[in-house]
Design a binder for this molecule. Structure first.
Ligand SMILES: Cc1cc2nc3c(=O)[nH]c(=O)nc-3n(C[C@H](O)[C@H](O)[C@H](O)COP(=O)(O)OP(=O)(O)OC[C@H]3O[C@@H](n4cnc5c(N)ncnc54)[C@H](O)[C@@H]3O)c2cc1C
Length: 475
């Protein structure tokens, strides 16, 4: 990287036209700045409440672009954001005034079906992984929305539809190639840079830019035993305890979640659920469809549903993308809390909360955790404590910017109120609308792992170049 460049206010990009022309020659991927026609389209992240104006966006085409981008940021003291799928609700994939390394064009996925591994580039989404892996009857434990990035989700943990059987996404990480703050490309795995490998399994984007992930794939699909059933929200008070009991005895093959949401008043939806507040029961069996059908049918036959969507989404891929519309085009603010026990009192609290949601697009989401996730010790990966049986996620969302403050304040008050519940635990930082740099928040996720994370951060990123994230400062 030889270009001679200058910056103004700390961390802010301020390149002359000539300097930008030099940079455009250097990088293979396009460079997009505030003067470019596509700037407003490219700078948008998933959460519409995040409206940041980066000084420059580099659409990286490959490892060389990532290395030169990291060097550019370090040498010129630029604020640096790394964008994978752009889904982090706190907007960690972008930064005001600084440099964004946008990995979206690095979305290649290669499946080695014989040894059941998947290699995904740092900007791939779960939908892209599912497309390539499912053709071979394979899947990697990912999230519940197909447009979320493999990058941020895997580095932050990764809770989805397969975690009770096969663990978090980060538990299925075999190796990652990472561009460090120094610009060096290294591999982290059980054999190489083992401290770094420990840190990136839960420690987020703090340690470098992952250019590709090698992940363990599992045999599942294309057809699976699954269900998605919509009940009237009011019946959640009665159904949730039944759902919990069933979830706890269903075995590790079944990952399930209960949700409260409101469906739009759209003619495209079946009449019984148009414009309705709903309690949703969803479950998936990670194994042979025939074997799993019996237990899944028990989830399906709880109560008297308004509408049963199960037969419309028969495949793993359809299920993985089935929840995408719940969270699109929203101004969002989320908070979460682990629950060691889903007590009757906790369920009554959650139901009451759900019935007072400030906006129909706000989602209350209760996944079961446990199973293979809990079988990994808290200090085995950076992720931290995995002992909770359930999680409460309050996904505040509204399409209307005018009501966003009200939604955000309601989420904050709700999570504070939830702290009194028996069994209340820490938070999942991937579901946090705050920047998450304060000690209490980091402790909630990492607990006893925080000191080791700081020491590893000091070794790999002593200048804290990678700080637009749930930031772990160097020791
Ligand atoms: C609609 C929606 C659904 C979600 N569903 C789930 C779910 O089911 N399960 C779950 O566990 N989480 C879920 N999440 C949370 C998700 O795990 C985090 O938002 C995650 O950070 C998203 O990753 P991303 O790459 O899309 O995000 P980005 O905003 O692009 O990145 C998030 C962070 O990861 C870093 N990062 C991303 N890619 C790389 C890379 N290649 N190398 C280094 N750093 C990188 C970024 O720098 C940033 O700090 C969901 C979020 C949304 C908005």
């Amino acid at each position: 990287m030889t270009a001679s460049l200058s910056t103004v206010a700390a961390g802010t990009v301020d390149f002359s036209d000539e300097q930008l022309a030099d940079l455009r020659m250097l990088f293979r991927g396009p460079l997009i700045g505030p003067g470019d026609a596509s700037y407003d389209e490219i700078r948008v992240v998933e959460n519409l409440a995040i409206d940041r104006r980066p000084g420059l966006i580099i659409r990286c085409s490959g490892i060389a672009d990532v290395i030169d981008g990291v060097n550019l940021a370090r040498e010129h003291g630029l604020q640096l954001a790394v964008r994978g799928g752009g889904h982090h609700v706190a907007g960690h994939g972008t930064v005001d005034g600084g440099l964004v390394l946008d990995l979206r064009d690095m979305n290649g996925v290669w499946v080695a079906s014989a040894n059941r591994t998947v290699r995904a580039q740092g900007g791939a989404t779960w939908g892209q992984v599912d497309r390539e892996a499912q053709i071979f009857g394979l899947a990697v434990p990912g999230g519940v929305v197909s447009t979320t990035g493999v990058g941020g989700l895997t580095l932050g943990g990764g809770i989805g539809w397969l975690h009770r059987k096969w663990g978090l996404s980060c538990d299925n990480l075999l190796a990652a190639r990472i561009v460090l703050a120094s610009g060096e490309l290294v591999t982290a795995s059980d054999d190489e840079n083992t401290d770094l490998f420990w840190a990136i399994r839960g420690g987020g984007g703090n340690f470098g830019v992952v250019v590709d992930f090698t992940l363990r794939a599992r045999e599942i699909g294309p057809e699976v035993a699954l269900t998605v059933v919509f009940h009237d929200a009011a019946s959640g008070a009665e159904l949730m305890p039944q759902w919990r009991d069933l979830a706890l005895r269903a075995g590790d093959e079944v990952t399930t979640r209960a949700m409260y949401w409101s469906l739009p008043a759209s003619d495209a939806l079946p009449p019984p659920v148009q414009g309705k507040e709903v309690f949703i029961v969803a479950a998936l069996y990670a194994g042979d469809k025939e074997e799993g059908q019996g237990i899944i049918d028990e989830f399906r036959s709880l109560g008297s549903p308004l509408f049963d969507m199960t037969d419309y989404i028969p495949t793993f891929r359809a299920f993985q993308a089935g929840f995408d519309p719940l969270v699109e085009n929203l101004h969002s603010y989320w908070k979460s809390m682990y629950l060691h026990d889903l007590t009757d009192d906790a369920m009554a609290f959650i139901h009451q909360l759900a019935m007072s949601r400030p906006d129909p697009s706000t989602l209350i989401h209760v996944p079961i955790i446990g199973g293979a996730t809990a079988a990994v010790a808290a200090d085995q990966t950076a992720f931290g404590d995995r002992s909770a049986a359930f999680m409460l996620s309050i996904d505040g969302g509204t399409p209307d910017p005018a009501t966003f403050d009200e939604v955000r304040d309601w989420v904050r008050a709700s999570i504070e109120a939830a702290r009194r519940l028996d069994g209340a635990g820490g938070a999942y930082l991937a579901f946090s609308g705050d920047a998450g740099t304060d000690e209490r928040v980091l402790q909630q996720q990492y607990g006893g792992n925080l000191d080791r994370l700081r020491a590893i951060k000091s070794q790999y990123d002593p200048g804290n170049l990678f700080r637009v994230n749930n930031n772990i400062k160097p020791a």
